[in-house]
Design a binder for this molecule. Structure first.
Ligand SMILES: NC(=O)c1ccc[n+]([C@@H]2O[C@H](COP(=O)([O-])OP(=O)(O)OC[C@H]3O[C@@H](n4cnc5c(N)ncnc54)[C@H](OP(=O)(O)O)[C@@H]3O)[C@@H](O)[C@H]2O)c1
Length: 259
């Protein structure tokens, strides 16, 4: 099925860190844009048609999906990972009912390797998508600086800041991920797209030290050896994708703008 420029793009999770950026890039295409949130009072916004729906409950989805050309799925609930699987099934059912041409999903580099509950669920979502019979594209990205920042904040109040030792990370700007997602959505479904990772790979301890400096803190970073299989995989670089360092905005760029 070919791209229908007159039909809307639907962005899910459109109030989130990534979704907000996807919305911005989707609007810039000049296409009609729809956005989905659980909020009963969505943001007031003349350029976007907002819908209220909940993927976990499976409610309110049909009005948003009906007539959409492509869906860029950024909705996720990492605090309740178990919700994401029924939510994903509801996404696919709604897309099938509506005859959506292309479902574009955001996933995470390392979901196929790292034994964390949220990552396992993301991987299962990828498998459901691949078996759905829908036109689909899946993009795996590395961590957003906002996520790392959010993780560092509570740790930064401790006298020393504990961080996993010898663990490389490769943060990528969500605006760059958003641009890639929108470009993918406008094209034909490609299945698994090449990863998108940030421009530099640095030890997590190094990022934490830069974060402390940016906040004017002299507290030290305490390297902590993470035990077990997950710790070993993290040290081996399971969160990184060095062959796909296509992002341009660095951690230091983020810190300079944020702090
Ligand atoms: N953060 C990272 O470093 C990173 C890296 C790579 C990939 N990703 C992936 O990128 C996606 C977005 O991440 P993010 O950091 O932007 O997350 P986020 O800021 O937490 O945004 C997620 C959005 O999902 C919506 N949502 C949650 N549960 C929902 C439900 N049951 N029904 C409908 N909407 C629901 C929420 O919107 P409302 O509250 O308005 O409903 C929320 O704004 C996720 O799939 C994540 O796995 C994230």
């Amino acid at each position: 099925m070919t791209d229908r420029p007159d039909l809307p793009l639907l962005v899910t999770g459109a109030t989130g860190v990534l979704g907000r950026e996807v919305l911005r890039h989707a609007r810039a295409t000049g296409r009609p844009v729809r956005a989905l949130t659980r909020r009963t009072a969505p943001p007031a916004d003349a350029d976007t048609h907002w819908y209220t729906g909940d993927f976990t409950a499976g409610t309110g989805l049909d009005p948003a999906f009906t007539g959409a050309d492509a869906v860029i799925h950024c909705a996720s609930d990492p605090r309740h990972p178990k919700n994401d699987l029924p939510a994903f099934r509801h996404l696919l059912e709604a897309a099938r009912r509506a005859g959506v041409r292309h479902v574009v999903n955001i996933s995470i580099v390392g979901v196929d390797r790292i034994p964390l509950a949220y990552y396992r669920i993301k991987r299962q979502g990828e498998e459901l998508l691949a078996a759905s019979g829908l036109g689909w594209t899946n993009l795996r990205a590395t961590q957003f600086p906002q996520l790392l920042d959010g993780m560092l904040r509570p740790l930064g109040r401790l006298p020393v800041l504990p961080m996993p030792s010898r663990t490389p990370v490769q943060p990528v700007d969500p605006a760059e991920v958003a641009a890639r997602l929108v470009a993918l959505a406008l094209g034909d479904p490609v299945g698994h797209a090449p990863d998108l990772a940030g421009p530099e790979t640095r030890p997590a301890t190094d990022l934490a030290a830069a974060w402390l400096r940016a906040r004017g803190s002299r507290r030290p970073v305490l390297p902590v050896h993470l035990p077990g299989r997950a710790g070993r995989l993290l040290r081996e670089g399971a969160l990184t994708s060095p062959g796909h360092a296509d992002g341009t905005r660095t951690w230091d760029d983020y810190l300079a703008a944020r702090h």
